[in-house]
Design a protein around this ligand. Structure first.
Ligand SMILES: [Zn+2]
Length: 231
């Protein structure tokens, strides 16, 4: 479901547990999703294990010695290690961040210590996030959307109701922004740094400054020329 229509749905209980009101965070707390969440993190771990092995054998700039390779694979295996504990409460740590495409800082630092390279670290964190998000979509989000559609059908909410225009303030969108936040900077999933508002301004101001400097220099030259001619 891309957007929530409060004019049609009102205050709705979660379709899975039928107990809690469904808000933005409920999907990571819902006890009915516990097994699915465990599946998401298990799949992520296994797929990342393979991804790391492939990268290390294929990419020239991602070379590690035996010892560091073991550290890296251990880092991946321990990422969600708490899930081994059967009494672990939801939400699973970091998932609230990773759903918003934020990579946890302490985990980022751990890989950077292994690779000692920003580029290598960004590559790993980006692929890790992509795998996690794909598993989340496949295992949780899609079936969640199907449940909602089914519920809409039983409530007689039809496609044409959903298509009706509504005031902008009633829109609540689920946006999937393909960026990740590391050390206060934001990167897109290709590892390109996204400039903050203030940084964009300083670049814009820098350009204006160059332009004005040039104008003054040329202006001076013209004045000097005119002056020399007059003499
Ligand atoms: Zn629930």
């Amino acid at each position: 479901m891309k957007e929530r229509r409060y004019d049609l749905y009102g205050d709705v209980k979660c379709r899975m547990c039928l107990e809690e009101n469904e808000d933005d965070d409920h999907i990571i707390y819902c006890q009915q999703l516990r097994d699915k969440w465990l599946m998401v993190v298990n799949n992520t771990m296994h797929k990342c294990d393979q991804m790391l092995k492939d990268l290390l054998s294929q990419e020239k700039y991602l070379q590690l010695n035996q010892e560091d390779t073991q550290l890296l694979l251990l880092w991946n295996r321990n990422f969600f290690s708490h899930t081994i504990d059967p009494n672990q409460e939801l939400p699973i740590p970091f998932v609230h961040l990773m759903l918003k495409i934020f990579f946890p800082k302490e985990k980022y630092r751990e890989i950077k210590l292994i690779f000692k390279s920003e580029k290598a670290t960004l590559t790993i964190t980006t692929l890790f996030l992509e795998i996690f998000i794909n598993e989340f979509y496949k295992i949780i989000w899609q079936s969640h959307c199907n449940l909602i559609t089914e519920w809409e059908r039983t409530k007689g909410i039809k496609k044409q109701d959903l298509r009706k225009k509504i005031p902008a303030h009633q829109h609540i969108t689920y946006e999937r922004t393909l960026t990740q936040q590391i050390e206060g900077d934001t990167y897109d999933l290709k590892g390109r740094k996204i400039l903050k508002h203030s940084e964009q301004w300083s670049i814009a101001l820098g350009k204006t400054r160059q332009y004005i400097d040039q104008l003054i220099r040329e202006g001076n030259r013209r004045v000097v020329k005119a002056h020399t001619k007059a003499i």
